[in-house]
Design a protein. Structure first.
Lengths: 341, 75
């Protein structure tokens, strides 16, 4: 085995490596956002970039998302490839117009003549008592709005490949990384998210899901942190003789509907797990996809485990109560196994 | 056998991620693991090349001078 294949990275370090490699290869790539230069990113994922690329290409911004996300959209329209960091996705409210009405629509408005090759890098997720304005996921919001691609890696290998693909994409990409998978101890360490990452550059295609565990009885679908709830649930279900297949969609928009239908068509049963809000979201979209695509193969009603339609509580015990977890996925899978269509 | 110890500037910390498996071949200056002190991350790098033997797995509480790993010479 060669030396390169033995090295592992965290998601944050893999993002950093992809950004650095693309900045080396393409002078139009630059990064800006809050605390990315001097502090190295609140998740440690931009450390070392300013030392190598200088303050013109790694820029700290004031706390003014409307200005710097808008500046990113404008720079992209002028031929740059900005990576603009929205520190927490919860802060999207003040700058959504630049994202969905400028970046997302300009390619359509111009008949394809104006490209917007912009990455919006943003941290998502809760579970550590940071309350209702710092704990949301919100990917269904962006996936709902035409013109935006939306990805979320569950491990370092995917994180590097998806970041490279996002930077090279000629359209705006929401690159959403889950806080619980950053390898920060006060958020918990998820060992599966730290995996082997080649040193050379590579891409994971946007819009392609991965089967992360094969099984024959029930399909469990997740993305980001919920992939691990699915994998933990699958271990528990295996003790009961239920073999779960776990699908990591990796991209929320465009959704890999073919892989979802192939898996649910094979197992006949579906559980969708999401830490975004329940209603009008990813779980409903995936269930609609599967009922459209392989209705005849389904053996029972699809199940979903998601965040209820409430504001995230501050109290840790209340937050834990409402967040999805592996035990809730196990219960949903048991329902899927017993309820008949 | 070269021990890799918790550096002097750390009173107490918690071992974060290991970036190589136990038994992996490592190079001098490879980032091998992190020691977390409150919210700060301290990078621990290999001082020599060789075979990594992990002594303090992820989430172990460690103190100044504790052995995190030893590096055996690669034959």
């Amino acid at each position: 085995m060669n030396l390169e294949t033995q090295r592992k990275l965290s998601i944050g370090r893999a993002m950093n490596e992809a950004i650095a490699q693309e900045m080396r290869a393409d002078g139009s790539v630059f990064m800006m956002g809050e605390d990315i230069r001097s502090f190295g990113g609140v998740w440690g994922h931009t450390g070392g970039l300013v030392e190598e690329f200088g303050p013109d290409r790694v820029r700290d911004t004031p706390i003014s998302e409307a200005a710097f996300i808008g500046a990113g959209a404008g720079a992209a329209m002028q031929g740059m490839r900005p990576i603009v960091e929205l520190m927490f996705v919860d802060f999207i409210g003040v700058c959504l117009n630049a994202v969905y009405s400028l970046a997302g629509k300009m390619c359509y408005f111009s008949g394809g003549q104006v490209k917007v090759p912009m990455v919006i890098n943003t941290a998502v997720g809760g579970g550590y008592g940071d309350a209702g304005q710092h704990s949301q996921v919100l990917w269904s919001l962006f996936a709902h709005l035409p013109g935006l691609k939306v990805v979320c890696p569950s491990n370092a290998y995917d994180a590097k490949g998806l970041m490279t693909a996002a930077i090279r994409d000629n359209n705006p990409v929401m690159y959403m990384f889950h806080k619980n998978l950053q390898g920060v101890p006060f958020l918990g360490l998820v060992k599966g998210s730290v995996n082997r990452v080649p040193e050379e550059t590579y891409m994971i295609p946007i819009g392609k899901a991965a089967i992360v565990r094969e099984g024959s009885d029930v399909t469990i679908v997740g993305v980001g942190a919920t992939v691990y709830m699915g994998l933990d649930a699958a271990e528990e279900l295996a003790k009961e003789g239920i073999e779960a297949e776990v699908v990591d969609i990796r991209t929320i928009q465009p959704l890999d509907r073919a892989t979802l239908c192939a898996s649910a068509g094979k197992t006949g049963r579906l559980v969708v797990v999401d830490d975004d809000y329940l209603s009008y979201g990813l779980t409903g979209e995936i269930i609609a996809t599967v009922t459209d695509g392989c209705w005849g193969a389904l053996k029972g009603p699809p199940q979903r485990v998601a965040y209820p339609d409430i504001t995230v509580p501050y109290s840790p015990s209340m937050e834990r109560f409402v967040l999805p977890n592996a035990a809730k996925v196990v219960e949903a899978a048991r329902r899927a196994m017993t309820q008949k269509s | 056998m070269t021990p890799i110890v918790v550096p002097d500037e750390i009173d107490e910390g918690s071992v974060g991620n290991w970036y190589f498996d136990d038994g992996a071949r490592i190079r001098t200056d490879d980032l091998i693991c992190e020691v977390m002190v409150e919210k700060a991350t301290n990078e621990i790098r290999a001082t020599v090349a060789g075979i990594l033997r992990i002594r303090a797995p992820t989430e172990t509480v460690v103190h100044r001078g504790d052995t995190l790993a030893v590096i055996e010479p690669a034959l």
